[in-house]
Design a protein around this ligand. Structure first.
Ligand code: FES
Length: 163
């Protein structure tokens, strides 16, 4: 270390590490354009949803397929006059494969490793490789329109659902 004594070298090194840490933290922090609220998205007119209805939509963005279902009976968390309308992410919580809805079994089933989720029980995992239940899409009804307003749970592949 020609021309630099041990104390100066340590001071310079500590300052360099602090600067690098600050830059790293800034790169990971949300920027000013980060949205902090979910969008409100029209999904389907309430009057169009006959028992057994299945409506595919994307929420909260185009990378997130979801499905609205009108089930055969009232369920916990269901909306509408009969409390039988629910919606879920269609990305399997195991490795993100798109799910299929099997109407005859009223079950959301993954074609990759056969995890099954029950839409009548808050998207609960019934069987399979996944370890988490499905995120549910929060719904409301305004002026006769069923709308998506948020997500309860973490959509596969995201560190956060905040956009
Ligand atoms: S990706 Fe769905 S069970 Fe593996």
């Amino acid at each position: 270390m020609s021309g630099v004594n041990r104390r100066d070298f340590i001071k310079t090194s500590v300052a360099g590490i602090a600067a690098a840490t600050t830059v790293g933290a800034a790169a990971k922090s949300p920027n000013a354009a980060t949205k902090t609220e979910y969008p409100v998205v029209d999904v389907a007119p309430l009057g169009s949803l006959a028992p057994g209805a299945e409506v595919a939509f994307d929420y909260p963005d185009a990378d997130s397929p979801a499905v609205l279902l009108r089930l055969a009976a009232p369920v916990a968390g269901g909306i509408g006059p009969n409390k039988d309308i629910v919606a879920y992410s269609m990305l399997c919580t195991h490795k993100g494969c798109p799910l299929n809805y099997l109407a005859d079994r009223q079950m959301l089933v993954c074609p990759c490793h056969w995890s099954s989720f029950d839409p009548a029980k808050s998207g609960r995992l019934v069987i399979g490789q996944a370890s988490q239940s499905l995120p549910s899409v929060q719904l409301d009804v305004a002026d006769g329109m069923v709308r998506a307003t948020g997500v309860d749970g973490l959509i596969y592949g995201r560190h956060t659902n905040i956009l």
